[in-house]
Unconditional design. Structure first.
Length: 371
């Protein structure tokens, strides 16, 4: 059996949605959501137990006292996720060891979140990664993880806060071209094995989506009337476009229904913002100019190394493919904070204790075309 694969970027573009809002479970707090039978896993960053740092031996990270004294480091890391390592480091050209770290300055709920700070002289990865699998299986040294495949329905919910310096910054290539600065992506075992759903930010400072080769045009936020044709020259204003907001927590939910019919035409990828009833991005197989077909297995919790095709892990990172090593630091701190991550089989409800935000969708102007 084959299935359509997708790349999703929370970048500087956005599409919107049609159809009724899926039903979600009901709970009052992050802990209650995590206890639901429909929840696959949660990460709240209230202590160090969920962070398993990994770094290259004989590097500057060997001299980092936080890492060397961490209760879960140095764990090994491999493409097949055979060990517990899930938080990777990076050494920049200045010899500094950089990595995401818990921070109690900001939290969507509880007392802390995971902070990713943008560093200079790092090439494509200026922050390090948090890369957990959704559900760990197996035994130490021979772990694997559960997967969602044909007919599987996945919800990945997370809260994100961004500094104004990060939003204002443009990541540049060696030639001076602006490149997308990712925030997170979901995928399977190895980048070549499964299409990835990626959240990123580019120069327009609105959300966007494209496929795993980057060649399929899904438009901008066409479904809410924010088209490139009408609004690129105006800088994608809000309304009707949805722009990024600094210094506030926003909630995102990625929803994937993996295609399982004969011609692989019923797959869906959506992105929801805050607790809005309809998604701000929606892409179906009919939107793809070049469908991608890859054999997957349905969601299963007895997967083995050979059963590697299907969505089952995610990465949070300030990653920018082809970014220059010499890209200068922007004024002010450039950072993002991630909190309250939930992987679920149904839509995750709004959580008590999170910072409220006006999530009323802006009204779209009348008589807009979505061509």
């Amino acid at each position: 059996m084959s299935v359509i694969r997708y790349f999703l970027f929370i970048s500087t573009f956005v599409a919107l949605v049609v159809g009724p809002s899926p039903q979600h479970a009901s709970a009052a707090s992050f802990d209650e959501v995590c206890a639901l039978a429909s929840t696959v896993n949660c990460w709240g960053f209230e202590d160090e137990s969920q962070l398993h740092y990994t770094w290259q031996d004989n590097s500057a990270c060997d001299q980092d006292p936080f890492l060397t004294n961490h209760p879960n480091g140095n764990e090994s890391y491999s493409d097949g996720r055979l060990s517990l390592g899930n938080t990777t480091t990076k050494v920049n050209q200045a010899g500094e060891c950089i990595y995401p770290k818990r921070d109690n300055t900001h939290a969507a709920s509880g007392n802390s979140s995971l902070k990713f700070k943008y560093h200079v002289n790092t090439g494509s990865n200026p922050s390090g990664n948090f890369n957990p699998v959704w559900k760990r299986l197996g035994t130490p040294g021979n772990y694997t993880f559960a997967h969602f495949g044909p007919g599987g329905e996945i919800w990945v919910r997370f809260s994100m806060r961004q500094s104004q310096g990060l939003i204002d910054m443009d990541a540049l290539s060696d030639s001076g071209k602006k490149v997308a600065l990712k925030r997170m992506w979901i995928g399977g075992k190895g980048g070549s094995k499964i299409n990835e759903v990626i959240v990123a930010e580019t120069s327009a400072k609105v959300m966007a989506m494209y496929s795993n080769t980057g060649t399929e045009g899904y438009g901008i936020q066409d479904h809410i009337g924010c088209t490139s044709r009408d609004y690129k020259r105006l800088g994608y204003p809000e309304p009707p476009c949805r722009r990024m907001i600094s210094e506030q927590w926003r909630t995102y939910q990625i929803h994937v229904i993996v295609a399982d019919n004969e011609d692989f035409s019923n797959g869906v990828v959506e992105l929801y913002l805050d607790d809005e009833p309809t998604p701000i991005i929606r892409v179906t197989d009919s939107d793809m100019s070049t469908p991608f077909k890859q054999p997957f297995l349905p969601y299963r919790e007895d997967a083995t190394w050979e059963d590697n095709n299907g969505y089952g892990q995610m990465t949070f990172s300030l990653f920018a493919t082809s970014k220059s090593n010499n890209h200068p630091m922007p004024p002010g701190e450039a950072a993002m904070w991630i909190d309250d991550i939930v992987v679920s089989k149904v839509r995750v409800p709004a959580l008590d204790g999170t910072t409220p935000i006006d999530s009323t969708p802006p009204a779209a102007p009348a008589n807009l075309s979505t061509d």
